[in-house]
Design a protein around this ligand. Structure first.
Ligand code: G16
Length: 544
């Protein structure tokens, strides 16, 4: 194999965000941009010679080209085997499983998740370690550091690899294994859930369902599992063909972007269950006939009912949520006597807790939930979890949610996003918030008295690593919270996220609209951060 070292000079903007490096496709297409980043990944690793690397992506524009480049750089750097999803496709949770199942050294996942795709839209790349999870901050810091002083990359000189034929190819000492992207994942799901029960519930029409794949990676996964294996009628999966530009849509499973599903579920004759997943298959949105389940509630309900699922029938070790996720799951943990951890935003922070056996389930407000079966959040897993729950409890989604609120109270919750804010304005907002923190504690705003006002820091209970500046928290004596963070996944300007939460114990008030119930806190958030005043905007870009 002919290996060449190509000289190159650093780009200084290759710092991974919440989940890998996400930029416009045109940024990745700059000369040596992708090559530099991939070589910087390998420069940050050691002792991988001869071992295997998993490779796949969500199929968005530039996926195939990027995979061919990565194959040649990985080969030149000495990997012995590359395990690649057919067509260059792998959902993020499937990639995590394949790394674990094959005991691979790690994996490279190509995705910008829920961000739009296409020549003028977004692309992304991240490295996952041998546990199948996103590389920890220590690694991404080292990777960034390496990217700032890279002087060249190694690349092998062979023809493009056939990504479409399943089987093994050999190029000198390198083995290239093209696998079916769905097989292993479908087998894993069958080992977790009661597929026989689901088949019966679907066949008897106790469960009717619709799954919106949003023209993204879960199309083939959902079609195989829901339609082919579980017997749901053809057409249950809508927008099921993955497209490079997601059909021009925004593959973000929320009511703002999954409109077709939302209209169906909120209309007359809605099926009993509706769900959607995102670009790379790790997010989920759960709906029932005329009801939307917030991701925070979904996590709490899963934790409370985990014993209904075969894989968790003997109980769960503990739970974790990201800091801005509502405290609903904390109430479940308290009642069940389970440990409950609060981590920074980013799935990578759950990895150590899962590896160490301290938690079994975890989730985030950003439409992600998962368990110890892989080390990524997992959209279809959440869908199957809910289907299994409905089938086992013989209750509607609405009844499951209502019962849960009656038992634990309702954490009324929403998130307001201000997208593409000018970076300087966004930074000034954060500075302005920081200045107020020392004097806020003890102040009262109507019935809300500030208990604490600080910036969240996290010390990993397993390895002791510390992550600072993980969001501004204003917590009130009555348990309500307002949280401010700048997103780490956007590609244009800054996205300010405002998370709002209020606890309601009184069941007669559980059916309130979240925006109405949170109106006072929404006003208070503006008073603190002045985002409307400083940007001249009338309101948030997206409310979830
Ligand atoms: C990623 C991370 C999640 C995080 C989400 C939003 O998800 O894996 O842990 O909650 O981004 O992050 P931010 O608020 O910084 O934009 P995904 O689905 O985009 O890979």
């Amino acid at each position: 194999m002919k290996i060449t070292t190509i000289p190159s000079s650093p780009y200084l903007d290759q710092k991974p965000g919440t989940s890998g490096l996400r930029k416009k496709v045109t940024v990745f297409q700059q000369r040596n941009y992708l090559e530099n980043f991939v070589q910087s990944i390998f420069n940050s690793l050691s002792d991988f010679q001869g071992s295997s690397l998993v490779l796949g992506g969500d199929g968005r524009y530039f996926n195939r080209e990027a995979i061919q480049i990565i194959i040649k750089i990985a080969a030149a750097n000495g990997f012995g085997e590359l395990i690649i999803g057919q067509g260059g496709l792998l959902s993020t949770p499937a990639a995590s499983h394949i790394i674990r199942k094959n005991k691979a050294f790690g994996g490279i996942i190509l995705s910008a998740s829920h961000n739009p795709g296409g020549p003028d839209e977004d692309f992304g790349i991240k490295y996952n370690i041998s546990n199948g999870g996103p590389a920890p901050e220590k690694f991404t810091d080292a990777l960034y550091e390496n990217s700032t002083r890279i002087a060249g990359y190694k690349i092998a000189g062979f023809a493009d690899v056939d990504l479409d034929s399943i089987g093994q190819q050999k190029i000198d000492g390198l083995i290239i294994t093209i696998i079916d992207p769905v097989d292993d994942y479908a087998e894993l799901m069958a080992s977790i859930f009661d597929f026989d029960l689901l088949k019966r519930s679907i066949a008897s029409n106790h469960i009717t369902l619709c799954f919106d794949a949003m023209h993204a990676i879960t199309g083939p996964y959902a079609t195989r599992i829901l339609e082919d294996i579980l017997g749901a009628p053809k057409g249950t999966v809508i927008n099921g063909i993955p497209l490079e530009d997601f059909g021009g849509g925004h593959p973000d499973p929320n009511m703002a972007h999954a409109k077709e599903l939302t209209n169906l579920m909120l209309g007359n004759n809605a099926p009993t269950f509706g769900a959607a997943s995102d670009g790379d298959g790790d997010r989920n949105m759960i709906m029932g006939a005329n009801v939307f389940v917030t991701p925070s509630d979904s996590l709490a309900i899963m934790a409370a009912n985990a014993r209904c699922i075969p894989a968790y029938a003997s109980g769960i070790a503990g739970v974790a949520r990201s800091m801005p996720t509502s405290q609903a799951v904390d109430r479940v943990a308290k009642k069940l006597g389970l440990p409950c951890f609060e981590t920074p935003t980013g799935w990578k922070y759950f990895g150590n807790l899962l590896d160490d056996g301290q938690i079994t389930l975890c989730g985030e407000e950003s439409f992600g939930s998962g368990s110890n079966h892989v080390r990524e959040k997992d959209g279809l897993w959440a869908v199957l979890f809910w289907l299994n729950l409905i089938a086992k409890k013989r209750q509607s989604v609405e009844d499951i949610v209502t019962d849960h609120w009656q038992t634990y109270g309702r954490d009324i919750y929403c998130r307001h996003d201000y997208e593409a804010v000018d970076m300087d304005i966004a930074n000034a907002i954060v500075d302005h918030l920081r200045e107020q923190l020392p004097k806020l504690a003890g102040q009262s705003f109507a019935e809300y008295t500030v208990k604490y006002a600080d910036e969240f820091s996290y010390t990993d209970p397993v390895d002791g690593s510390v992550s600072n500046n993980q969001g501004i928290r204003i917590g009130f004596e009555n348990g309500s919270r307002i949280i401010f963070r700048l997103s780490g996944t956007g590609t244009v300007g800054a996205t300010l996220r405002i998370y709002l939460e209020k606890f309601e114990a009184d069941a007669s008030k559980h059916n309130q609209d979240a925006q109405d119930a949170l109106a006072f806190l929404i006003g208070l958030a503006e008073q603190f951060c002045e985002v409307k005043k400083r940007t001249g905007r009338a309101g948030p870009t997206v409310i979830t």
